[in-house]
Write a protein that binds this ligand. Structure first.
Ligand code: SF4
Ligand code: SF4
Length: 120
C-alpha cells in the first residue's frame, strides 16, 4: 500500500531519535569491542611474535630510532586488520593492545598504514 511508507514516516517523527550527531556524540561500545591497535613503544621487545601470528599479513616490522639505538617495531595496516586480537594475545609484554577507537577514517587508503609512532 502507498500509505505504508507515510505511516512509517509519521511513526518515526513521533518516536525517539535513533541516529547520533556524530562526531559530537559517540556510540556506546560493548566491553569486548575491538578497535584500532595501540603500541607502547617503551615496552616492545621487538620479538616479531605479532607479525608472525597475524593471519592477514597486517603487521610489518620496521626500524624505529630510540634512545637506545635502532629497534624494530610493528607497523600496522589497519585497512587489512581483521581485529581478531591474535597479536594482542601473543604479545609477551602486552604492549600491543586493541582499543575502543573506531574513529580513524582516512581519505586515502595508503594512510591506513600506521607506523609504530602513530600507534599511540
Ligand atoms: S588484530 Fe589480527 S589481523 Fe589485526 S593486526 Fe592483530 S593479528 Fe593481525
Ligand atoms: S608488539 Fe609485542 S609481539 Fe610485537 S614485536 Fe613488540 S613485544 Fe613482540
Amino acid at each position: 500500500m502507498i500509505t505504508d511508507p507515510l505511516v512509517g514516516l509519521v511513526k518515526a517523527i513521533g518516536s525517539k531519535r535513533f541516529t547520533l550527531e556524530y562526531p559530537e556524540e559517540k556510540q556506546q561500545l560493548p566491553d569486548n569491542y575491538r578497535g584500532k591497535l595501540r603500541l607502547d613503544m617503551d615496552t616492545c621487545i621487538s620479538c616479531k611474535a605479532c607479525e608472525i601470528i597475524c593471519p592477514n599479513k597486517t603487521i610489518d616490522m620496521v626500524d624505529v630510532q630510540t634512545d637506545k639505538g635502532t629497534k624494530i617495531m610493528p607497523q600496522v595496516n589497519h585497512e587489512r586488520c581483521l581485529f581478531c586480537g591474535l597479536c594482542e594475545e601473543v604479545c609477551p609484554p602486552k604492549c600491543l593492545t586493541l582499543t575502543k577507537s573506531y574513529d580513524y577514517e582516512r581519505y586515502d587508503r595508503r594512510d591506513f598504514v600506521d607506523r609504530p609512532e602513530d600507534l599511540q
